[in-house]
Design a protein around this ligand. Sequence first.
Ligand code: HSE
Length: 345
Amino acid sequence: MQKLALLGFGTVGQGLAEILLAKQDLLKAETGWEGKIVAISDVMKGSIYDPDGLDIEKALQIVKKTGTLDDYPDNERLIRDLDSFETIEQTNADTIVEVTFTDVKTGQPAIEHCKTAFASGKHVVMSNKGPVALAYKELSELAKQNGVRWGFEGTVMSGTPALRMPLTALAGNEIKEITGILNGTTNYMLLRMEEGLSYEEALKEAQELGYAEADPTSDVEGFDARYKIVILANTVMNTVLKVDDVSCDGITQITPYDIKKAKTLGKRWKLIARVRKEDGVVKASVQPEMIDETHPLAQVQGVLNAVSFNCDLAGTITLSGPGAGRLETGYSLLIDLLNIYRNHL
Ligand code: HSE
């Protein structure tokens, strides 16, 4: 029985909790995996810990109704108010689910959460891009030294296996180039702007649908896609690419006029992230590109993402799927948990 502590109980944490509630029996029957949430620590909603496992249905109901965990019923084992570090160090959880807000500038406090968890002999799964984009090498080495696992499938394309697929199914290839549409918010906005919405209206819709980051600047300026291409390059291409090495332009300068003009030319604007290895030199960029309507990436519409891997042996392989969403990202955490249990990547 894997014992989980959730750091953060927002959209993604609640998404995972809902999946566990709905699928517990099926997962046990099909894979043998069993997990229970023993602790939740959220800076805004409060913190509860029951070493025997929390009543997740109740926690979800209460948080949806009141916005906090304060009304979660007491029992003789229940401990409240542990902060995130106390939750990592003092609970009986063996795996930390890190779903706090992403601070992509510093990666904190998530980087410290990972270090504390690894030093405590605990696995970490996360959808938080900061630590992977900024400290992949250091943290992956630390996890290894401490004999624990670090899963972060959801950092790129949520539940679509953009990391696991190349690492497992494409092993043995040299991947020379990765190209993708890696941000759902901007891809959705570009579609809605083609359909006649203004930039502001399209952004508002993407926020209402829960696609955008807490600070949508990260989406529209291309920073989110930049973190994802760095994660792909470092984990899948085995480079040592830094965020600042990637030139970055977002979609803020794209006007309705540009969109219309592209249409008359049989083209479409897409925010394209790209990393290429040439004679040992790695070059990476994020920028809006006007691509032909017949181009495969032009067909990737709305919140859908896509990524193409140019492989020396298998050719160019493209994967597309949702890049954001409550259940999709919740699922990405579940597949990391299952793979820790199965001792797979
Ligand atoms: N804001 C991100 C996107 C969410 O729109 O793709 C997933 O990283």
